[in-house]
Ligand binder design. Structure first.
Ligand code: PMP
Ligand code: GLU
Length: 393
């Protein structure tokens, strides 16, 4: 009865675990949620004011498909100032979240059967969105010793005559790794030479703990032309539930996405757009405070993990996740199909701590911990992790 495209599609693991945590909490169980990547901050007050004012002014009618002009202009200013890349408002397409933007790109660029390259480990939803749009996800193995950052040779080996796109997530979800300019240049040059478009998912771009973040589109004009940058307000302005994302791309691709969006959603919620505008215009300090807090938390959690023997982790330079290596635990753990799925289920039942299995990002001997929550919670979560794994090593 259901469509063919639903075959092999699994519901989001990150969203699923966090719903389970909500249910457990609602039934009175004291559970520590370190699973979902959702800021514990509130939307900055000054940004909310923009939304409230827009409602008072009855800005509630249909508007431009690509998003309100003021916001697209402000995004262009932000991209020029912070990312050193020049776009015009017609090249920005607002959407109902970065997920929606990624779907727009795939619908605009892929034909059924086209291959989309996904360096492992990758965020859970890419492969499923690719399958929904009838393209084909192709995983690329990367190496632990490179912090799971894609190397030129690995990319070259994965390219076929069906390759249409590659997804580069920078900073990475789940590892928090950040590519250097040189590393991006190596990858992007191959894409340029081989005619492969780049989805540069930079939704965590503001949350970086290094001095120099490079946007793929800033590398040069030719690379900019084949790059579709994904960004949004969920992570940097703590606007997860308001659902607001955007793309920056060349005009042809932007027009194609607007054409699709005009039929499917028209445009994202106007109120969300005004709140996003407020965040960009008025809330730089509040957003910087969030980043400073994540950086401090990152130091705290890595210092704590350093004290636990027999585990490892990828040292993060951005986002708010730690990808923890439990290969030593796996050696002595009883499981049938997937170690990390079984481990996360058992850990949740035994210690009441929710984390995400590495398997959902394509690497089974890892788990992902989100530290987008208060210090006390993630430090207690790690205490319980130490206690739980001590039984298996
Ligand atoms: N890209 C990455 C790498 C993510 O981690 C997420 C999760 N929020 C998204 C895109 C989707 O963001 P949004 O909530 O704006 O749809
Ligand atoms: N992207 C976040 C995460 O990885 C939020 C949940 C989701 O949309 O996947 O946890």
């Amino acid at each position: 009865m259901l469509s063919e495209r639903l075959k092999n599609i699994t519901p989001s693991v990150t969203v699923g675990i966090s719903s389970k945590v909500k249910d457990m909490k609602a039934s009175g169980i004291d559970v520590i949620g370190l699973s979902i990547g959702e800021p514990d901050f509130n939307v900055p007050e000054k940004a909310k004011e923009y939304g409230k004012r827009s409602l008072d002014e009855n800005k509630t009618k249909y508007d431009l498909v690509g998003g309100i002009l003021e916001l697209r202009e402000e995004i262009c200013k932000k991209l020029l100032k912070e990312n050193k890349v020049n776009y015009t408002p017609d090249q920005i397409v607002l959407s109902s979240g970065a997920k929606n933007s990624i779907t727009n790109v795939l619908l605009a660029l892929t034909n059924p059967g086209d291959e989309v390259l996904l360096p492992l480990p990758y965020w859970v939803s890419y492969s499923e969105i690719i399958k929904v749009t009838n393209a084909v996800p192709v995983e690329i193995q990367t190496k632990k010793e490179n912090n799971f950052k894609l190397q030129k040779e690995e990319l070259l080996a994965a390219i076929t005559d069906k390759t249409k796109l590659i997804v580069i997530t920078n900073p990475s979800n789940p590892t928090g790794s950040v590519y250097t300019k040189e590393e991006l240049e190596e990858i992007a040059s191959v894409c340029l030479e081989k005619g492969i478009y780049i989805i540069a998912d930079e939704i965590y771009e503001k949350i970086t703990f290094t001095e120099n973040f490079t946007s793929v589109a800033a590398l040069n004009e030719e690379i900019k032309d084949i790059t579709i940058t994904i960004n949004g307000f969920a992570k940097c302005a703590a606007m997860t539930g308001l659902r607001l994302g955007y793309t920056a791309s060349n005009s042809e691709i932007a027009n194609a996405m607007c054409s699709i969006q005009s039929h499917i959603v028209s445009h994202p919620s106007l109120t969300a757009q005004y709140i996003g505008l407020g965040a960009l215009v008025e809330c730089e300090d509040e957003m910087q405070h969030m980043v400073d807090t994540y950086k401090k938390r990152c130091e705290l959690i890595t210092n704590r993990l350093d004290k636990i023997e027999n585990i490892g982790y990828v040292k993060p330079s951005g986002a708010f996740y730690i990808f923890v290596d439990l290969s030593k635990v796996k050696e002595n753990y009883e499981y049938t199909d997937s170690f990390s799925i079984k481990f996360c289920e058992d850990f949740l039942n035994a210690e009441k701590v929710a984390v995400v299995p590495g398997k959902s990002f394509g690497i089974d001997e890892y788990i992902r911990i989100s530290y987008a929550c208060d210090e006390e919670s993630f430090l207690e979560g790690v205490n319980r992790l130490e206690r739980y794994i001590s039984k298996f090593i």
